[in-house]
Design a protein around this ligand. Structure first.
Ligand SMILES: CC(=O)N[C@H]1[C@@H](OP(=O)(O)OP(=O)(O)OC[C@H]2O[C@@H](n3ccc(=O)[nH]c3=O)[C@H](O)[C@@H]2O)O[C@H](CO)[C@@H](O)[C@@H]1O
Ligand SMILES: C=C(OP(=O)(O)O)C(=O)O
Length: 438
């Protein structure tokens, strides 16, 4: 049965939370294991729903997975990889965005792949046209079927000269996972260069791949006929770290995020400082806290790396409801990522969303009628409300708003949070949050 959180707000969150491997890297490194001729070991693996989904999909394809109960290290052995039953794969339709990345590795391993319809956060249309275009250019044949796509490459996968219309994270990973074992050279222009992509490149290099990252978003891959298993510690989850940082600011708290890595958070830390948040960095993590006094408003645009990451936007907007003055946030990565503000407005926030590009860069969504800019006036006292969580980061934002609000909130749909936040209820308990679970 679905759980409901009853949150009594007003307690500053204080204490320590660990963050482990990134949700946006770990499942992809797990998929990469399919490319190896022997077993891989992935370390720092978090217990989150997206990892469970990929574990199940890999098992359906004959990969043997085992987790060391003491270290948590995950071993993935692809030696007996096989075609999975369609009905078993179908059961995973709508669960996550990762299955589309099985295309290249499965074609290399067994000559074909069936990919169920994708899930992930509903923050825009989230098409897969770039993925299918690049796969076709590698020589794959894509057949759309009810419930998913079927894909094969009767003449093999061959390196290609590719250009992405927008630096898509997923499509860049699609190219990496397909090109490493394709015949010949692949050159990708317009690539995404997020830290999670660099970590995936590190995994593939350990497996024997030859990949160079050039200037101006160009990645060059020399295909090799065989790859071996890897042993890799996943980079920490910078999006979870940024979420706890916003939670500290919103609740006037003080949270040490163990495992947070400064280098992956540069754009976030600059913004955090400009709002008036404080942080201390040491070798093991980052302490984020509200230093007292008032917070400052700002003008912000989300962007691809090295810009301000879109997944940081939703929790930070809650902090901006507490800043003194008018802030503007222009979302340029997803066309529909402000739906979560409706619940904040019911809680007392003063937020208007607009169709215009309220930022210095006109983005792809400006002329297309999408509510993708927000004007936030603060500070406003938030009060408890009934909330149904819409998506992962929007949901986390609602939780921290409820934790800072006066009165009680009743929050449903919290299962969505488990997709990307490991053990979030026990972490909240450890930080002193006042809530019950029914
Ligand atoms: C599991 C994972 O890693 N998810 C992350 C990944 O999502 P994901 O890889 O899905 O995001 P993309 O970078 O591909 O998407 C960026 C933009 O490109 C568009 N697009 C993408 C592919 C395509 O075929 N056609 C197309 O139009 C999308 O609709 C979106 O507007 O990167 C996003 C951007 O940093 C993050 O918010 C997500 O947390
Ligand atoms: C949008 C997100 O994830 P996904 O791509 O898995 O839906 C996110 O992590 O905020």
């Amino acid at each position: 049965m679905a759980s409901v959180l009853t949150i009594r707000g007003g307690v500053p969150l204080t204490g320590k939370v660990p963050v482990r491997g990134a949700k946006n890297l770990v499942p992809k490194a797990m998929v990469a294991s399919l490319l190896g001729s022997d077993a891989s070991v992935l370390r720092n693996v978090p217990e989150i729903r997206d990892v469970e989904i990929v574990t199940s999909l890999l098992r359906l394809h004959g990969v043997e997975l085992s987790k060391d109960p003491v270290t948590g290290d995950l071993t993935l052995d692809p030696t007996n990889v096989k075609t999975a039953q369609m009905k078993d794969i179908d059961a995973h339709a709508g669960d996550s965005r990762i299955p589309i990345l099985f295309c290249g590795p499965l074609i290399h391993a067994i000559g074909e792949a069936f990919i169920p319809d994708l899930g992930g956060c509903r923050i825009g249309d989230r098409p897969i046209d770039y993925h299918l275009d690049v796969l076709r250019q590698f020589g794959a044949i894509v057949d759309k079927r009810p419930g998913g796509i079927s894909i094969s490459a009767p003449r093999g996968l061959k390196g290609a000269k590719l250009t992405l219309p927008y630096p898509s994270v997923g499509a860049t990973e699609q190219v990496l996972l397909t090109a490493t074992r394709a015949e010949g050279i692949t050159e990708l222009s317009g690539a995404a260069i997020e830290p999670e992509i660099m970590d995936l490149i590190a995994v593939l290099q350990k497996m024997g791949a030859i990949i160079s990252v050039q200037t101006d978003r160009v990645i060059r891959i020399e295909g090799v006929p065989e790859l071996i298993g890897f042993n890799h510690r996943a980079l920490p989850d910078r999006n979870e770290a940024a979420s706890w940082a916003s939670a500290a600011l919103v609740t006037k708290g003080d949270i040490y995020v163990e495992g947070a890595n400064q280098g992956d958070l540069t754009a976030f830390l600059n913004t955090y400082r400009k709002i008036g948040g404080a942080f201390d960095i040491d070798d093991d993590g980052i302490r984020f806290y509200h230093p007292g006094g008032s917070l400052s408003p700002l003008v912000l645009e989300t962007d691809v790396h090295p810009g301000f990451m879109t997944d940081w936007q939703q929790p930070l907007v809650v902090a901006l409801t507490q800043a003194e003055g008018v802030s503007i946030v222009h979302e340029t990565v997803y066309e529909n990522r402000f739906g979560f503000t409706e619940a904040l407005i019911r809680m007392g926030a003063n937020i208007q969303v607009h169709r215009e590009c309220l930022g210095s860069i006109p983005c792809r969504f400006g002329q297309r009628n999408f509510l993708h800019s927000a004007v936030i006036s603060g500070p406003t006292q938030l009060s408890g409300a009934e909330i149904d969580i819409p998506d992962l980061r929007g949901g986390f934002s609602h939780l921290i708003a409820a934790l800072a609000a006066t009165g009680t909130s009743r929050v449903t749909g919290i299962e969505l949070i488990n997709r990307g936040y490991e053990h979030f209820q026990s972490k909240l308990e450890g930080l002193g949050a006042d809530f019950d679970v029914e």
